[in-house]
Design a binder for this molecule. Structure first.
Ligand SMILES: Cc1cc2nc3c(=O)[nH]c(=O)nc-3n(C[C@H](O)[C@H](O)[C@H](O)COP(=O)(O)OP(=O)(O)OC[C@H]3O[C@@H](n4cnc5c(N)ncnc54)[C@H](O)[C@@H]3O)c2cc1C
Ligand code: FES
Length: 405
């Protein structure tokens, strides 16, 4: 439970979040977050990370310190707080970049792939998607020295390193799905000396493999603790590039089954499995893990699909925010989300990613009809009991939603 000073800090933080989000949307760069004490933690102590589930976050300006190409179509963006304030996260979390394109602010999530032990900067790696609005912009327009507004970190696809823990982790990545897994690998190797990781990593060709040199170096630096099993659609690429020992095939059910059989002696029966990759591959992996009887509690998935922005109602809608402190009446302009309208009315609603990916803004729909941008992170069970995500919910009729605080 929060004490009164904790409560005051929380309320102040929420107020700051509201102000900074709206400053950001107006194109005004807000003050950076209050600096937390920086700290380095040599292994095997626990790293300083953010809380696993961020409850709210300000849009903070981060400056692009470096850009480098991992592969022809994967660009790593190194970001730092211009004031030098540390950027804390839990391995596996993502940032939401607010990118100004054609007069509109577009939000996209990118998982942090760097080490938690270097809080002075974070890195995300963006794979270029053909015709993709934001990935194309980042690849073609972003320059060192640019400032990006960023929400988060957010997300529950995380591993919080604990030096006292001894665990087996099975990691399955396809293409750019390696990004959150890379942060997890780096953190577990550095902070859990008794834990072991096995990575099955699928790509089209050897030259598409993001972080290949980093993975090779980690395997060499931690003998026996990290094994990487590559799966390549084409065993040899156009330039003759290949990876010794790579399994040839798509990251489909049959190939994953064969790869799992090959690591069965190494991966313990209680291993947690982390899967991130293209939607189709993830579905096939899910089927195989289900068939092998791995319970849902030990399976973790991150989907990279961004929600499609809905149009919303043509007319403004009345919204009642039912809160413990009293109801607040709000008018939601056409196309606006419940979160945008609530924040504009000064209600300190919680949020983190602002793009349907983390659940921090979940509220209950008491009555009325909303349209949700899809896909988002709500489970069928949550939908069934009327949960909605305020950041991607647009009222289609007068509505009442129950806000937790
Ligand atoms: C939690 C989370 C974490 C993410 N982390 C990363 C990351 O670390 N690195 C990264 O590169 N991306 C990541 N993504 C995906 C990223 O947010 C964008 O969706 C991606 O960059 C495409 O955006 P865009 O604006 O370029 O494409 P859009 O303009 O949104 O889409 C253009 C077309 O491409 C299709 N498309 C969109 N994304 C993909 C994709 N990944 N593969 C194939 N087709 C696609 C769309 O369906 C659409 O038809 C993450 C997404 C989520 C939700
Ligand atoms: S703020 Fe992350 S889902 Fe709404």
């Amino acid at each position: 439970m929060l004490g009164s000073s904790g409560l005051r800090k929380r309320v102040a933080a929420l107020g700051r979040d509201v102000r900074t989000l709206f400053d950001d949307l107006r194109g005004v760069h807000p003050s950076p977050l209050v600096a937390r004490r920086p700290g380095r933690h040599p292994a095997p102590t626990a790293p300083a990370t953010a809380a696993p589930s961020a409850t709210s976050a300000a849009a903070r300006p981060l400056v692009v310190r470096e850009l480098h190409r991992e592969t022809l179509d994967a660009l790593t963006i190194v970001l730092a707080d211009p004031t030098g304030a540390p950027i804390r996260f839990v391995p596996g979390q993502f940032l939401t970049l607010l990118v100004p394109i054609d007069g509109e602010t577009v939000r996209r999530a990118y998982s942090i792939c760097s080490s938690v032990d270097d809080p002075a900067q974070v890195a995300v790696t963006c794979k270029r998607v053909a015709g993709g609005k934001v990935s194309t912009w980042l690849h073609e327009r972003l320059a060192v020295g640019d400032v990006l507004s960023v929400l988060g970190p957010s997300g529950e696809f995380t591993v919080t390193p604990d030096p006292a823990t001894r665990r087996d982790l099975l990691l399955i990545a396809g293409g750019s799905g390696i990004t959150p897994i890379m942060a997890i690998v780096r953190a577990v190797l550095a902070h859990e000396p008794d834990s072991r990781l096995t990575l099955i990593y699928g790509n089209r060709t050897a030259s598409d493999v993001i972080f290949l040199p980093d993975l090779d170096a980690l395997v060499a630096a931690h003998p026996g603790r990290l094994e990487v099993h590559h799966v390549l659609e084409r065993g040899v690429d156009g330039d003759g590039g290949t990876i010794a020992g790579a399994r040839v095939g798509r990251l489909d059910r049959a190939t994953v089954a064969a790869a799992l059989d090959a690591v069965a002696d190494r991966v313990g029966p209680d291993a947690h499995v982390y899967v991130c990759g293209p939607t189709a591959a993830m579905a096939q992996v899910r089927d195989e893990l289900t068939a092998r009887g791995i319970p849902a509690a030990r399976r973790h998935e991150e989907r990279f699909a961004s929600p499609e922005r809905g149009a919303g109602a043509a007319a403004a809608q009345r919204l009642v925010l039912a809160r413990p402190g009293g109801d607040v009446d709000v008018v939601v302009p056409p196309g606006s989300t419940i979160l945008d309208a609530g924040l504009a009315a000064g209600v300190p609603m919680e949020f983190s990613c602002a793009m349907g990916g983390c659940g921090a803004c979940a509220v209950d729909l008491r009555d009325g009809e909303v349209e949700l941008d899809e896909p988002n992170c709500l489970s069928p069970e949550e939908r069934g009991r009327g949960r909605i995500l305020a950041c991607v919910a647009r009222p289609m009729s007068p509505c009442t939603v129950v806000v937790p605080r």
